[in-house]
Design a protein around this ligand. Structure first.
Ligand SMILES: [Zn+2]
Length: 389
């Protein structure tokens, strides 16, 4: 029976091809009139099969934010920095010889073994070779990585770390200080670094962090990048490290170190490597300046007359958007996937409610706002601090 259908299909198919060949001008030996051309049968609209709706799940950030222990799997960064998870996470001890972990309540001191090794090495090298007193370490990743309830788009695969630009004090902080201490901003206004706070010691620390081959990128506020470009010469001749230091929003009281995927780690997605250009000339920083101006003006105007229009909401990453292996990571530790509309565990709520780690970006004063609106520049000659702050 099946063979019969197949032969019939072949016949129909071949006939169709033959008819088509005849229809092509000059394509056949027998002239074809319009009358003799068989009318093609009207096409039936193809009904699309309705996909079964996937069972509703809470956003991935709630699922990963609720897991408080790492997965008992071989250590692996899975996926990309902003869409992935971490298998076999390792925690950075909270109180090392040259570092202390801040905001313990967030339980975000987890990373790949390579990240933990790197942080221990950096803190020790920076102290021994550059005289930096020790690192205050901010967020790494959650125990299983993944999206977070608050704060970051990246930090999902255990290869990102935030390091405060405030040096570690010469004593062990109290548990209250770990939670409450606030990192100092390096900015004196939204566009300019305060050079009385951001010193050569900071330049050396960032240069040291960029010097390791496993570091792919370092993110700092654009004003800090500009300052690094100006001051690199004061700490040495080498400028190659500047290329890894990339300007990005918000990194004004901390810098963000991103390691490349460790070699041979399956399923870990690197970003394109940096170009090797220092990024100090060529207009990139000028573009940032104009974006910072717009953002500063918008923020200052919000203080006076808040608009109703809010900036776009962040899109929730859904669990099914993450690499398939992330399901194993989430369930391997015996965690049940979170049900919808269930109240989040206390640990997750605590993490979400933890205190902001750094001072806010200084606001523009009225005079500075007027200067910017008039197309002028602000910076060194303007008052150091916004009096209303
Ligand atoms: Zn970060």
């Amino acid at each position: 029976m099946r063979r019969l259908i197949l032969s019939l299909t072949l016949v129909v198919f071949c006939t169709g091809v033959a008819a088509e060949q005849f229809g092509v001008p000059g394509g056949g030996s027998r002239p074809v009139t319009a009358k003799s051309t068989p009318k093609p049968a009207p096409k039936k609209p193809v009904k699309k099969k309705k996909k079964k709706p996937a069972p509703k799940q809470p956003p991935a950030r709630e699922m990963f934010g609720s897991v408080d222990t790492p997965s008992p799997l071989e250590a692996r960064a899975i996926g990309s920095y902003s869409k992935g998870c971490l298998a076999g996470g390792v925690s950075l001890p909270v109180n090392g010889p040259d570092w202390q972990v801040m905001r313990l309540s967030r339980n975000r001191n987890w990373g790949s073994p390579q990240l933990i090794d790197f942080l221990e090495r950096l803190s020790s090298d920076a102290r021994a070779q550059d005289g930096w007193p020790g690192l205050l370490v901010g967020d790494l990743s959650q125990p299983c990585g993944g999206p977070m309830l608050t704060g970051h788009t990246s930090h999902q695969v255990g290869l990102d770390a935030d390091i405060w630009l405030t040096a570690m004090p010469d004593r062990t902080l109290t548990p209250e200080e770990w939670e409450e201490m606030i990192a100092v901003t390096m900015l004196k206004d939204p566009l300019t670094v305060d050079t009385t706070i951001f010193t050569d010691a900071h330049v050396k620390l960032i240069r040291r962090a960029a010097s390791y081959p496993q570091v792919a990128r370092i993110f700092v506020h654009p004003a800090i990048k500009r300052s690094l470009c100006k001051r690199a010469a004061s700490v040495g001749k080498d400028r190659a490290w500047l290329g890894k230091v990339r300007p990005w929003w918000n990194h004004h009281y901390h810098f963000h170190v991103r390691l490349a995927c460790p070699s041979g780690m399956d399923g870990c997605k690197n970003q394109n490597p940096v170009t090797g250009d220092s990024g100090c000339s060529g207009g990139e920083l000028d573009n940032w300046d104009s974006m910072l101006r717009k953002s500063a003006i918008w923020t200052a105007q919000q203080q006076i007359k808040p608009e109703t229009k809010k900036p776009g909401k962040k899109k929730n990453v859904r669990f099914r958007d993450l690499p398939a292996d992330c399901k194993t990571v989430l369930t391997s530790g015996g965690h049940e996937p979170l049900a919808l509309d269930v109240e989040l565990p206390e640990a997750a709520l605590l993490a979400a409610a933890s205190k902001e780690a750094g001072q806010p970006i200084p606001l523009l004063s009225q005079a500075q706002l007027q200067t910017l609106l008039g197309g002028g520049r602000i910076g060194m000659s303007m008052p150091d601090r916004n009096p209303i702050r």
